[in-house]
Design a protein around this ligand. Structure first.
Ligand SMILES: [Zn+2]
Length: 353
């Protein structure tokens, strides 16, 4: 039994690309050759790690994983929802000012180029409907109700996921980092449950076979060596998370203080048709894990998760926000190499299970 291993998505952008973007609009056509060179280099280096599944490193998500689809929309203002990080800074999303809501760009466009360079399967991350739902302001927009917005949002999201599946994405990963954040914002759990319900409305539009290729990523957020919700325990999130109608779950674990508690909670709430990819390397930690350390983490997880339902991943992207340079490209690929080698070692030891 070979244990599958997949990345989350982002790789730090080359500094030359970040400098070229500078204060410019990231869609400036003059940047196209730089993006293409960055994507080609990312995929070559990814494949050199032995990773059986790669991404384009999100080189073209020139703001971040959260708002790539909506940046530059005319019916928005910059003063939207704020995410406070533990390092003291905040990230902000645009606020919707008028209907109708449409994506400005969809992630399947990134797949076209990645697939043309790659020799192994490529996965694609997209943002969750629940994250984008935070764009609608607390007060109602005149002539455009929240219900109309949600209808538009779900249609746009479904079209994006469907296009990625059709183009041959190995998996489509829905980034749901606001899950733990929702518990921090509303300890009653109502906000989290509303996020789960909304995302399930989207997932219910796909059939069982399609949902086997759809996954959900959860983590405490990662930006400039800090998180937005690490203090919220998984015990509050996972019972809700596993209600999501997805086949795959990508759960940050390597950076957790009490991994065994998390694994027990996973065991208690995962379902028989779920594949759980646990994080075995931590982008937040500058030290590079050894394959042996990774192997040990996989063996530990296999005590709680049936090997037939186990996979490994990175805890998070290596720079979900494109200007985050706290990790280098070299470090990211070294950690990925350790994930791949350590998972292979564990697969060998667990092959009869
Ligand atoms: Zn993450």
């Amino acid at each position: 039994m070979k244990i599958p291993t997949e990345p989350i998505g982002s790789i730090p952008r080359p500094l030359s690309l970040l400098e070229a973007i500078g204060d410019r609009d990231g869609t400036d056509p003059a940047l196209t050759p730089l993006y293409e060179a960055a994507i080609r280099d990312t995929i070559e280096r990814f494949e050199a790690t032995g990773s059986p599944v790669v991404t384009d490193g999100e080189q073209r998500k020139y703001h971040n994983f959260w708002t790539y689809a909506v940046h530059g929309l005319e019916n928005t203002a910059p003063d939207g929802f704020k995410i406070p990080f533990s390092a003291g800074h905040t990230r902000r999303m645009p606020r919707l000012t008028a209907g109708p809501f449409r994506y400005k760009r969809t992630a399947d466009r990134y797949l076209d180029l990645a697939l043309s360079y790659a020799h192994v399967p490529v996965k694609q991350a997209v943002i969750s409907p629940s994250a984008l739902s935070l764009m609608y302001p607390p007060e109602e927009i005149p002539d455009y109700t929240r219900e109309q917005f949600i209808d538009d949002l779900l249609r746009e999201h479904e079209a994006e996921v469907r296009a990625c599946l059709l183009k041959g994405a190995h998996k489509v990963q829905i980034d749901f980092t606001e899950g733990r954040l929702a518990i921090k914002m509303d300890s009653s759990g109502n906000l989290l449950q509303s996020f789960i319900d909304l995302n399930n409305l989207a997932l219910s539009r796909f059939n069982a076979e399609e949902r086997m290729r759809i996954g959900v990523h959860t983590c405490p957020g990662g930006d400039r060596d800090s998180t937005h919700s690490a203090e919220v325990g998984y015990a509050k999130l996972l019972p809700h998370l596993f209600q999501l109608m997805a086949g795959n779950f990508y759960i940050a674990l390597a950076g957790e203080k009490n991994r065994l508690e998390v694994l027990k909670t996973i065991r208690a709430h995962m379902k028989p048709d779920h594949r759980v990819f646990v994080g075995v390397v931590a982008p937040m930690d500058p030290a590079i894990e050894t394959p042996e350390e990774v192997c040990e983490r996989v063996l530990e997880a296999a005590e709680y998760i049936p090997v037939t339902q186990l996979g490994t991943t990175d805890d998070c992207g290596f720079s979900p926000f494109s200007d985050d340079t706290s990790r280098t490209r070299d470090t990211a690929f070294a950690k990925i190499r350790a994930r791949v080698a350590g998972t292979a070692m564990a697969s060998e030891l667990l092959r009869d299970r």
